[in-house]
Design a protein around this ligand. Structure first.
Ligand SMILES: [Mg+2]
Length: 277
């Protein structure tokens, strides 16, 4: 790191989950446990910002003892515990004990457009709604329950290309023209509304500024191209190393901290380097 910033209570950390806080193969955050403990002891919020669904993310937050907001389906919705802030935006919907700010589009619209894309561009793609739990398990290595909750989509469709070819540029353009977006994650492409992790981080950062402190400092940690928008919104962007030793293409720039450690180990390393005692 170029310089260290002394610890203060106004840090907020936004983080991708798969391959970043969670090990790419085992989905465990054990290698980052010390850093998580360090952050919770200082009341520094750790905000998952993920392509996962509401149920998947809520369950991971529960396991990792993260009690704050989280961002789901690649920036499609911001989920905030109902008593977390005093000031909320007008338009929120209630879900369990959370208030949800919706930035994406309804799942039905997403699926309708997915079918149109497949027909118009003759793409052999297969989305989560066409897969059973077993197939999702085979593709992801998730256990049965997690694979089931991964199918409970609200705003976005992960998909694979069956012939292994890259998705043509024209498909990305067509999505943009129709008010949708296609993002590339670790394992899947994701079709969603015109939003991304960056937009959701901005919305949540503004709420933290209104409710907690106008002098907020933000960290963002990711491992994939779909994290780029999030990394651009934070003061200290971090890219963790992948299991093959590489860093995701396109996530470069002098201002980005690249970790030596892989996944959650790199996550932990970055936290201790950036937030000094
Ligand atoms: Mg990832």
């Amino acid at each position: 790191m170029n310089q260290s910033i002394p610890v203060n209570r106004n840090w907020v950390l936004f983080t991708d989950l798969d391959g970043t806080l969670l090990d790419a193969r085992t989905y465990s955050f054990a290698s980052a446990a010390k850093a998580l403990h360090f952050l919770s002891g200082r009341n520094i919020p750790v905000i998952p910002c993920t392509s996962k669904t509401f149920e998947e993310t809520a369950s991971i937050c529960n396991e990792a003892e993260l009690n704050g907001p989280f961002i789901i389906e690649n920036g499609s919705a911001v989920c905030i515990p109902q008593n977390y802030f005093t000031v909320f935006p007008d338009k929120t919907v209630k879900r369990k004990t959370y208030r949800i700010i919706t930035l994406g589009r309804a799942y039905a619209d997403i699926l309708e457009f997915f079918d149109r894309l497949k027909t118009e561009f003759k793409i052999s793609a297969r989305g989560f709604h066409e897969m059973d739990t077993k197939e999702i398990q085979n593709l992801t290595g998730l256990d049965n329950v997690r694979a089931q909750t991964a199918k409970e989509r609200g705003y976005s469709e992960p998909f694979i290309i069956l012939n292994g070819k890259a998705l043509p540029d024209a498909v990305f353009r067509s999505a943009g023209q129709e008010g949708f977006k296609i993002l590339k994650g670790n394992r899947f492409y994701h079709l969603l509304g015109n939003t991304d992790k960056g937009k959701a981080v901005r919305v949540l950062r503004e709420l933290f500024e209104q409710n907690i402190s106008a002098d907020l400092k933000t960290i963002g940690i990711g491992d994939s191209p779909n994290d780029w928008a999030m990394l651009q919104e934070v003061d200290r962007p971090v890219v963790v190393r992948r299991t093959d030793g590489s860093y995701a293409e396109g996530l470069s720039g002098e201002f980005i901290h690249h970790t030596a450690g892989i996944g959650p180990l790199g996550w932990q390393e970055a936290v201790f380097e950036i937030i000094k005692e």
